[in-house]
Design a protein around this ligand. Structure first.
Ligand SMILES: *Cc1c(COP(=O)(O)O)cnc(C)c1O
Length: 363
């Protein structure tokens, strides 16, 4: 197959990042799950993450988890999206642990596990403020009482998620709610929980600053390990590599053109009315990459002098006036990716994935 663009993936950098995250977290008694959903669980990358020494894997998609098992990956895997009631059989069969917030689903998981002759482990998700998945704090004790009665289920611990829907920042106070709940469960019900899972990349900052509540002993890390960024806290993580993924696209037109279109303006290819400021004649480039290939807003030109002006389904238009070298048809332009850029690029069938390992290109 001919690919118009490619995603260059540096496995050494990903392994380095994974090892660094593991080192920092282990120092604080926190285990690390390497989250694979951000790159559609591409096996070569999963291997790099495992080589970095993570304690387990986690993914939000059953499809990815099943594929990982078929690839022969035997590391423990946590399912990170609360399971569909209609999918409990796969969940029990292929994942070791799932995160949950609905008692009906937990009962179905238990029934299925019991029928298969074993126990399925769950993390009960608690909503400490972000308003994505999880039961409300005041309902936790009652939920635990109900869960421990379900045959076929082991309650491994509590978890929470932040920085996703509500953009809520993890802090000592909201994470400590899990620790307090675990104490309450111990005191009232005599149950000792093994795991308190304190979130994803956005919780790393607290670990670095030594402000993570004692008792939080698991993080589920994707973005930080892959991209060296922490979108929720709006920062680059300076002790991690941030260029493990580079998207390259070929220039198919390079010309001087006006900055404002000529004629009466209707709608663009996606039904929007575009607006333009007149800054004179500019050097423009078109690359063979569009909305059908990748989420354009998730791309960052590596050259600061390049600006993305917009894209239609198959063409991305760039202002390259300020670029220092001369750019010609056939040249390549390089882009970094954000988390959403990586999500879309990794699963795009139009983008070739090439891997670098031990400082050599693999294909
Ligand atoms: C995606 C996800 C993570 C990983 O988040 P990152 O910001 O990529 O580290 C952790 N936990 C849950 C429940 C998730 O869905």
């Amino acid at each position: 197959m001919s690919f118009s663009s490619r995603l260059e993936i540096d496995l050494d950098k990903i392994k380095y990042n994974a090892a660094k995250v593991v080192e920092v977290c282990h120092k604080h008694g926190i285990e690390v799950l390497g989250v694979t959903k951000g790159f559609s669980a591409i096996p070569q990358i999963v291997t790099a993450v495992l080589e970095g020494g993570v304690d387990g894997l986690a993914d939000a998609r059953m499809e990815n988890i099943i594929e990982l098992r078929h690839e022969g990956i035997s590391a423990p895997i946590t399912l990170l999206r609360i399971p569909r009631l209609s999918d409990v059989e796969n969940v029990v069969k292929y994942s070791d642990v799932s995160i949950n917030s609905e008692i009906a689903v937990i009962r179905a998981l238990g029934e299925t596990a019991k029928a298969m002759g074993f126990r399925h482990q769950i993390i009960l998700m608690v909503d400490v403020g972000d308003l994505r998945e999880g039961i409300m704090i005041e309902n936790v004790l009652a939920a635990v009482r109900a869960i421990v009665k379900v045959d076929g289920i082991s309650l491994l611990g509590l978890g929470t998620n932040m920085g996703c829907f509500g953009g809520i920042l993890p802090e000592y106070a909201n994470l400590n709610i899990l620790v307090e709940l675990a104490k309450l469960i111990k005191n009232r019900l005599g149950i000792t929980l093994q795991i308190l899972s304190g979130g994803g990349t956005s919780s790393l900052l607290l670990v670095e600053k030594g402000e993570i509540p004692a008792g939080i002993n698991q993080l589920r890390i994707g973005e930080g390990m892959l991209l060296g960024t922490d979108t929720t806290n709006n920062r680059a993580i300076d002790w991690l590599k941030n260029d493990a993924f580079i998207l390259k696209a070929e220039v198919i037109e390079a010309k001087l053109k006006p900055s404002v279109p000529r004629g009466n303006i209707g709608r663009d290819a996606f039904g929007n009315v575009p607006e333009f400021a007149d800054i004179g004649i500019r050097k423009k480039a078109i690359v063979a990459l569009g909305k059908q290939d990748v989420y354009i807003e998730g791309l960052i030109p590596l050259d600061n002098n390049v600006t993305i002006l917009g894209a239609s389904s198959d063409h991305m238009i760039l202002d390259i006036t300020d670029i220092e070298r001369s750019v010609r048809v056939g040249d390549e332009l390089a882009f970094g990716v954000t988390y959403s850029g990586l999500l879309s690029a990794s699963q795009s069938r139009y983008i070739k994935k090439v891997f670098r390992k031990d400082n050599k290109w693999l294909n």
